[in-house]
Design a protein around this ligand. Structure first.
Ligand code: DOR
Ligand code: ZN
Length: 345
């Protein structure tokens, strides 16, 4: 029996497209199925000014395949020097949809991020006034804190105090990986949402470390224990509108991943929707997939849901290349470790 599911076209509320040859190679993988994506600003150098964001947006539009229907939603990278008036102007002109907060040193290209959260207060207060969401990489960088605890500690030490200090600030906790983050989001009825990645619904830390180290499963925040993965699956499939898809698809070439100091990031753009349909079916929640991929995100960002539809069909095994070629070298596609049968038709 063929099973099929028609849903509004999805959006990706957290995506790394990079630049140059990498951008050209990975953009079609997202533009094929997603109507919009929040574009991460952690380029080298980062996207910090309105001018940077406008120029990056133009490079993305120029790299889009003919006929693609895809809108990049731009973000600015928050630094201690970010000017509140510039942020407000970039928002008012429609150029940016969010601002991204990286604690300095937390992840790939985060060196220009925030050390002193007080220095960012004026920008955050302006954002609260104008309703501009803050996307947060929620991990402390204190070397004393175990990497598996960094998200939970961030909530107590940084995120909760910051939200109390700037009431009304609309926050998206990006790529949550713990039951602690799920509980925090669930306990706060207003102004706080979370994105969940495809890969964190599939892997736990055993996948990275048991039977040999698997660099293509290494990302940040790092995947945690099984109980956390189960909490993420429950949140994603719960129908709670405060949880939505942000793939954090983050391409790095194989030499950079398969290295003595490998980069963090899973490249999930090519097979994300097949994997999500599989996961939601396993959880008996296919009827909630559309909320997670296509409705909850726009509702939080106060944007209309997409009018176009896609249809997912379940059939023979879906095949996809294990790597894509880019001008910078090969990039390995995330392997969920199980056969996929749902395809976008
Ligand atoms: O795994 C990750 N990769 N996590 C991040 O926060 C950044 C991203 C990247 O840019 O590669
Ligand atoms: Zn990311």
């Amino acid at each position: 029996m063929t099973q099929s599911l028609t849903i509004r076209r999805p959006d990706d509320w957290h995506l790394h497209l990079r630049d140059g040859a990498m951008l050209a190679a990975v953009l079609p993988e997202s533009a094929r199925h997603f109507a919009r994506a929040i574009i991460m600003p952690n380029l080298v150098p980062p996207v910090v000014t309105g001018q940077d964001a406008a120029a990056y947006r133009a490079r993305i539009m120029a790299a889009l395949p003919e006929g693609a229907d895809f809108t990049p939603l731009m973000t600015l990278y928050l630094t201690e020097e970010t000017d509140a008036r510039e942020v407000a102007a970039a928002h008012a002109s429609g150029l940016i949809t969010a601002v991204k907060l990286y604690p300095a040193g937390a992840t790939t290209n985060s060196a220009s991020g925030v050390r002193d959260f007080n220095a960012a207060r004026p920008v955050l207060e302006t954002m609260a006034e104008i309703g501009l969401p803050l996307c947060v990489h929620g991990e402390v960088t204190d070397p004393e804190i175990d990497i598996f605890d960094r998200e939970a500690v961030f909530i107590d030490r940084v995120l909760d105090p910051l939200r109390r200090a700037v009431p009304g600030l609309r926050v998206v906790m990006e790529h949550v990986t713990t039951k602690d983050a799920v509980a925090y989001v669930t306990s706060e009825p207003r102004d706080l949402a979370a994105t969940i990645t495809t890969h964190h619904l599939v892997i736990n830390r055993n996948h990275i470390l048991v039977g040999g180290i698997k660099p293509h499963y290494y990302c940040l925040p790092v995947a945690k224990r099984e109980e956390h993965r189960l909490a993420l699956r429950a949140a994603a499939t719960s129908g709670d509108a405060m949880f939505f898809l942000g793939t954090d698809s983050a391409p790095h070439t194989d030499p950079l991943k398969e290295s003595a100091c490998g980069c963090a990031g899973c490249f999930t753009a090519p097979n994300t929707l097949s994997i999500l349909a599989h996961v939601f079916e396993q959880e008996g929640a296919l009827d909630r997939l559309e909320g997670f991929t296509s409705l909850n995100g726009p509702a939080f960002y106060r944007l209309p849901a997409n009018e176009a539809r896609i249809t997912l069909t379940k059939g023979d095994r879906v095949t996809y290349p294990s790597k894509i070629e880019t001008g910078d070298g090969p990039v390995t596609v995330f392997d969920p470790g199980f056969a996929l049968h749902w395809r976008v038709s």
